[in-house]
Ligand binder design. Sequence first.
Ligand code: G3P
Length: 216
Amino acid sequence: MKFFVDTAETKDIAELAATGLLDGVTTNPSLIAKSGRDFIEVTREICGLVDGPVSAEVVSLDHEEMMREAEILRKIADNVCIKVPLTFDGLKTCKKLTGDGTMVNVTLCFSANQALLAAKAGATFVSPFIGRHDDNGFDGLDLIRDMRLIYDNYGFETEILAASIRHGVHVLECARIGADVMTAPPSVIKGLVKHVLTDKGLEGFLADWAKTGQKL
Ligand code: G3P
């Protein structure tokens, strides 16, 4: 499973990229606003920090305007992935852009039928929002299961990019189901390495090592 980080904070991205475990980055207008940075400038910086896809989202609702914005965004760097909303205008934009060889992430996916449309529009990635689904009384992981089944039934190459991940159990279940990618905030990714028995075991090993009086 590929790991993307869901943030526009360049310090966090650089720190995770240095582990060699980061495959890409996702941003959205809320994350850009939170960063307080200029959209183009911060996106350019992020694209230089990772080799993989960096999702940058259009902010118009109309197809022609989305195409105009996508043109600006895709000039930033070769690894920009244009993010469009799951609307008919977004899907039309997706079809056009992927037809021209541009990566597209169709976002705000909340149903398997929406995911089917995104795949038919040739999306590179589709982003089902697990956490927000759960928040509204649905099972976000059921959506991932349905999508995996449908995409495999028809051999769609669109990658399932599990988004709105809130904790490690979401990550684990997405891996069990076979989501292609997951994007999570830096805190969730950093939390995956933590285990109380790892800490305890390490503490014991280091204490015993100190008793030997040896050095490496
Ligand atoms: O970037 C899209 C998605 O991951 C948003 O997550 O936590 O705002 O629901 P969240």
